[in-house]
Design a protein. Structure first.
Length: 104
């Protein structure tokens, strides 16, 4: 997931809109994904770690997808259908760069 600055901005906006629609809290998502609320906040705002830290960057990319999936699952549980994301399309299994790490 190599998004430019504008794409990250769009993705953050969409994540936050879905987050608000889900009525979840950062704490609830963090607990469900076994991370901190600060991690969730950074994912929602697309605040990626420095690109020089490849492992941390890959962990962040996985977290963004996991947050998206967690939020979408909650929206569906409420009987609604999440609006499709502009850049986070499909499922993690559809992308080779997202393989090889355990799903949360």
């Amino acid at each position: 997931m190599s998004l430019n600055k504008e794409q990250r901005k769009v993705t953050s906006k969409e994540l936050i809109e879905h987050f608000k629609a889900s009525h979840l809290t950062e704490e609830t998502i963090a607990e469900g994904l076994n991370v901190t609320p600060k991690d969730i906040h950074k994912a929602l705002n697309m605040e990626a770690p420095n690109g020089l830290m490849r492992n941390r960057l890959m962990d962040f990319i996985h977290l963004v997808w996991d947050v998206r999936d967690f939020i979408n699952k909650e929206i569906k549980a409420q009987g609604n259908e999440p609006i499709e994301y502009t850049y986070l399309k499909g499922n993690k299994v559809d992308y080779s760069f997202l393989q090889g790490r355990g799903n949360r």
